[in-house]
Design a protein around this ligand. Structure first.
Ligand code: BGC
Ligand code: ZN
Length: 388
């Protein structure tokens, strides 16, 4: 079967690889679930992996199959699997456990080890292929009515974790009644964070660089989210006008913003950091002021990465609510479809060059059972990829 792979360490090595078809028997104790890949989303991590800035091949392989945002359909289950049946829609999680205590209790997203095993990212093959096999522990069931947007679940799981972590941490107040949230960044993650916070009843202010009209800003307006272009109003000024911000979610990918956000967080507030910043940028900060305000204001900053199944499930819940309250909104994020694995070059080009893209994704196969997943409102299916 086909797979889209890179050679780690070699920039722009993206290519089509040929892999043997996986079998349900590869997972021990009859616990295998064989999944047909329907759709895979790509993001900045895939871009970095193809630029050879990140990612390692599984031991013994000279290549890494990329893709970590996946929707699939169950083809076959092992004799000891009761959680899934053929035909079920599933989204797989990304990280697989290492050896730490947290890894052993299903909290592999909280591993205390330095090595991360992440499908499609590091040391484990990903989902930009035709089929994969996994244990039910790492598969999250998708209600049929959400399959058309489920490729957005993995990025959403990261946000759900961030927000749930914020609430967990704020239990230090015994009672915490946040009202106002700020989302820094109006890209894919920023949009999904704004949605999630709206679903939880927050008054949300989003910050971004874009001034003029754009699809992202229309989408925020549809959610009833206030948008502030930072070239017109600084985060500091906006915090005075629209804050105090009880919860701030940083998703710009630009680390200096973190320290500006620290200066603008409300008393008793929590700042969630979710940008994976691979560089070595340095930046001067008003250290005394930030420290003083954090101490006097009982403030908290918390870093968060990856997600275990609990957060994927929280995302399913928010998607269901979002489809009821803002019907069709999630589909509008699916802006740039690519048809089939063969068009991986188009996929990379859109990912690196198309500035208007909210989500680039590959239709790996069309659903054979039931209706074809609905596409983003711009897109029409151009061809049907036969199942291998
Ligand atoms: C993925 C996470 C992963 C992180 C770091 C992100 O793009 O969504 O699951 O933990 O990259 O590798
Ligand atoms: Zn990702």
């Amino acid at each position: 079967m086909k797979a889209v792979a890179v050679i780690p360490g070699q920039p722009d090595s993206i290519h089509l690889a040929e892999l043997p078809k996986p079998s349900v028997h590869e997972i021990p104790n009859g616990r295998g679930v064989l999944v047909q890949v329907l759709r895979v989303g790509v993001d900045g991590t895939d871009k970095e992996i193809n630029a050879a800035e990140y990612g390692m091949a599984p031991p013994g392989d000279g290549f890494l199959v990329i893709g970590h945002e996946c929707l699939g359909r169950v083809l076959e289950v092992g004799p000891a699997v009761s959680e899934f049946a053929p035909g079920d829609y599933v989204v797989p999680t990304v990280r697989r456990p290492g050896g730490s205590f947290y890894d052993q209790i299903g909290q592999y997203d909280m591993t205390s080890e330095d090595t991360y095993f992440e499908r499609g990212i590091n040391l484990r093959h990903g989902y930009l292929t035709e089929r994969f096999v996994d244990d039910p522990e790492y598969l999250v069931k998708i209600p049929k009515g959400l399959k058309h947007v489920a490729v957005l679940l993995e990025p959403t799981s990261i946000i759900e974790k961030g927000i749930i972590q914020a609430y967990e941490a704020q239990r230090r107040f015994k009672i915490w009644r946040p009202r106002k949230a700020a989302v820094l960044g109006a890209g894919t993650v920023g949009l999904l964070a704004a949605l999630s916070l709206r679903m939880k009843g927050f008054d949300v202010t989003s910050f971004g660089k874009q001034g003029g009209p754009s699809r992202n800003l229309d989408l925020l307006a549809e959610l009833g989210v206030r948008y502030v272009p930072t070239n017109e109003l600084s985060i500091r000024e906006a915090a005075k006008r629209f804050g105090p911000f009880d919860l701030m979610f940083e998703a710009t990918g630009y680390s200096p913003v973190v320290f500006e956000a620290m200066e603008c967080l409300g008393k008793n507030g929590v700042l969630v950091l979710a940008s994976v910043t691979g560089g070595d940028r340095e930046h001067p900060i008003p250290a005394d002021k930030i420290n003083l305000d954090f101490v006097l204001g009982n403030k908290l900053v918390v870093g968060t990465v990856n997600a275990n199944r609990e957060y994927f499930e929280a995302g399913v819940y928010d998607f269901a609510r979002a489809e009821l309250e803002f019907s069709g909104w999630l589909s509008k994020l699916l802006t740039h479809p690519v048809e089939g694995l063969d068009n991986y070059r188009d996929m990379m080009r859109l990912l690196t060059e198309e500035r208007s893209a909210i989500k680039v994704y590959v239709n790996v196969a069309y659903d054979q059972q039931g209706p074809t997943p609905r596409l983003g409102h711009e897109a029409e299916p151009r061809c049907t990829i036969p199942n291998g």
